[in-house]
Ligand binder design. Structure first.
Ligand code: BDP
Length: 715
């Protein structure tokens, strides 16, 4: 009997292993339980006719087979002519014979999905100018079925609003991931190029399903070794995997590489031998990777080498690399995340101060990569003043998908709302309506090189991103990079339907949880515009007391400026005057205590503890209420999740349930620590209606996390 049982268990093992561990991301393709709906879909999909042979077309066939056999339990018969589902590029004879009219805005990567009637027969057509466009169209088509939409009257044309939609991996060659909370690097450098892990393919599929078309394999704190032949072979192997999915590979270039691997005495960008070295290096890279995308560079920031080491400007540094890449159509993404503590005035002003004088000095194939806010991926920041201000230099966005400052991988925090808040903000730099998104997509600037980067949260964890809900942030980044007009709710709904369930009640509950989660996190971490009060170095948990470090601008006290009078950084004219870096419309709003949105209050103002806020509460009271509200909102998420127990598979339900319990502990830890710490300045009691913190401030100060994940080894 026991033998018999073990045999059964053994036979069931593959199914058990394929359980809901999150590996399949949003491409789960589970059977649609509603047979009536399945039959409706089948009616439209009698046959499948894909014209031509190529690696990308094979991927399309395979994905459709996988998707349709999963969702419908059926694969349409292959056909060659105009019948059923037809997939072919616009210039193919088949599509030509259909006279399909497309909007002139159809991009090289865009696609059309349409039903038409031809010679009395109903057809479903996916067409595009390129095969990659067909691949994107195929994923969109599958998404329609995954989210249970009708195939009866489809007329979709979609093109990306941003040209380069790129993930930035902060992956080190030793396999660790800086600010990675989902295990180790996906890139198994040691086994490459010989061993191609299936995960590389699934990674490419997932990205292509969103339209992500580029990836930077290595950390911005770069290691020059990746530019040596031994590593370029490995890079080439990855590029070969990604190519048919439309994904280009980029690398980070360490500015001192000419010294470190080129044995030159200098990396001075104006030296002829340095220029030549970069030219030769780039020529060599293109031998390995003929469609290499280019370089991402972090220079003169946080101790990284750069042109300023030689008294040269960022433009002089970037242009040397740009000149080397130009013959191959490669580009340079030069980061504006620059600061050093020799400029003690106000760190948030430095990028603008350094880059504005260089406007117009960069080559055409340089794009300046700017973080969403002027500081550093804080839970909430106002938008970066460089957006719209640099008028003659293309700018791109850098978002952080990995939740370094937003609960890492223990917290459910949906970042689409953060991304969207920034994208929708009006810069006023080209008049009303010149939102950050319109600056980025070139519609107000007329720039043709456009890009959006996301510092990714992907690692070797079975579920890719550590937290089952962190996948939603990868998903949301990709969707917004393609179409920044989507709303966070729309994206959340799509993701939920594909990842968890199409049951309406479940979709609504999860979408609401996602939608509220960012504000919740901001409430219990950094309400009212507070920033940079997290743990030293690992950035895990609260530590508002940090001071007296070797760099003032890495401490917490530098930013919150709590004293007996009040709290917050005065960035108005009477303070650091950082507001003058914004358009006049924003200067008026930010400088006015009456007009400033409360979410940015302490970012721009030092506010007295007893000053009244809009709701009549004093700053001290409101601060306490926000911290307590944040923690209570996490408790509410826990309760909401419990209600979904029967609606979600047990495995993922348990996983999220445990993480939400951790998140609640962390939220109360943030709350208690911050109110106790700020109370030492306000000298006022915590409002009586709120429960007293369980532990003393000294207890919270004593907590240490020597092996917290994602830390920079050298820090
Ligand atoms: C900071 C991270 C650090 C990165 C840096 C960057 O803590 O690990 O190297 O950003 O973007 O937020 O360069």
């Amino acid at each position: 009997m026991t033998r018999f049982l073990s045999l059964i268990l053994y036979l069931l093992l593959p199914f058990a292993l394929r359980a809901e561990d999150g590996y399949r991301l949003w491409l789960r393709y589970d059977k649609i339980p509603d047979t009536r709906l399945v039959n409706q879909y089948k009616k439209e999909l009698t046959t499948l006719s894909i014209q031509g042979q190529s690696p990308t077309l094979t991927i399309i066939r395979d994905e459709l087979n996988r998707g349709l056999s999963g969702l419908l339990g059926y694969v349409p018969k292959p056909a060659t002519g105009l019948t059923g589902l037809v997939i072919a590029t616009i210039n193919s004879p088949l599509i030509q014979s259909l006279n399909i009219t497309t909007d002139p805005t159809l991009d090289e990567e865009g696609y059309v999905i349409r039903n038409i009637t031809h010679s009395g027969k109903r057809l479903l057509v996916i067409t595009a100018k390129t095969e990659v466009g067909l691949l994107y169209g195929t994923f969109h088509f599958l998404r329609l079925i995954q989210t249970r939409q009708s195939l009866q009257q489809i007329n979709i044309q979609s093109s990306p609003k941003i040209k380069v939609r790129i993930l930035n991996h902060w992956d080190n060659l030793d396999g660790t991931v800086e600010r990675g909370y989902a295990g180790f690097s996906l890139w198994n450098w040691h086994k490459l190029p010989g061993y191609i892990d299936d995960r590389y393919i699934d990674y490419a599929r997932a990205n292509a399903s969103l339209g992500i078309n580029a990836t930077v394999l290595t950390n911005v704190n770069a290691n020059a070794l990746v530019l040596t032949p031994a590593y370029l072979k490995k890079v080439a192997a990855l590029a070969d995997v990604f190519r048919p999915y439309g994904i280009k590979v980029f690398l980070t270039a360490r500015f001192s590489a000419p010294i470190e691997i080129g044995k030159l005495p200098t990396a001075d960008p104006l030296q002829e031998d340095v220029k030549q070295w970069w030219k030769d290096k780039v020529t060599e890279i293109y031998k390995y990777v003929p469609d290499f995308g280019g370089f991402v560079v972090k220079a003169n920031s946080e101790g990284q080498p750069g042109p300023q080491n030689y008294k040269r400007t960022h433009a002089e540094g970037a242009n040397v690399l740009a000149d080397a890449l130009a013959p191959y159509k490669g580009i340079v993404m030069w980061r504006a995340f620059v600061y050093d503590d020799n400029v003690p005035d106000d760190r948030v002003k430095q990028a603008y101060a350094e880059f504005m004088p260089l406007d117009g000095a960069f080559r055409e194939n340089v794009i300046v990569q700017v973080k969403n806010g002027p500081l550093d991926f804080q839970p909430r920041e106002p938008f970066h003043p460089l957006f719209g201000a640099l008028k003659k230099t293309p700018l791109m966005m850098e978002f952080q998908i990995t939740q370094e400052y937003l609960g890492q991988s223990t917290s459910l925090v949906y970042l689409a709302n953060l991304f969207k808040e920034v994208l929708d903000t009006d810069t006023y730099q080209y008049g009303k309506g010149s939102t950050v998104a319109n600056v980025l997509d070139g519609s107000v600037t007329q720039q043709s090189l456009t890009a959006m980067a996301g510092v990714t949260n992907i690692g070797t964890d079975r579920n890719w991103c550590g937290h089952p809900f962190a996948q939603a942030n990868w998903y949301a980044f990709g969707r917004l990079a393609w179409n920044h007009t989507l709303t966070p709710k729309q994206i959340a709904e799509e993701w939920t339907r594909m990842t968890f369930s199409n049951d309406q009640n479940t979709v609504e509950r999860i979408t609401t949880m996602l939608d509220q989660s960012w504000e919740t996190c901001v409430n219990y971490m950094t309400p009212l515009g507070l920033h940079h009060i997290m743990g030293w170095s690992h950035h895990y948990g609260p530590a508002p007391w940090i001071k007296d470090k070797h760099r003032a601008d890495w401490t917490s006290v530098y930013y919150h400026k709590a004293d007996s009078v009040g709290l917050g950084f005065n960035r108005t004219a009477s303070g650091s005057n950082a507001i003058e870096q914004y358009a006049p419309e924003w200067q008026t709003v930010f400088s006015s205590r009456q007009q400033i949105p409360e979410k940015y209050l302490l970012w721009f103002h030092h506010v007295g503890w007893n000053e009244k806020l809009a709701n009549g509460k004093t700053l001290w009271e409101e601060l306490c209420y926000r911290y307590y509200a944040g923690a209570s909102q996490v408790k509410q998420m826990q309760l909401d999740w419990e209600k979904l127990k029967s609606a979600i598979d047990a495995e993922r339900h348990r996983h999220v349930q445990q993480l939400l319990a951790i998140q609640y502990q962390e939220a109360t830890w943030w709350r208690n620590t911050c109110v106790l710490y700020f109370q030492t300045f306000s000298k006022q009691p915590i409002p009586a209606s709120l429960p007293a913190p369980e532990k003393s401030l000294d207890y919270y100060i004593s907590l240490e996390f020597p092996y917290a994940p994602g830390i920079k080894p050298q820090w």
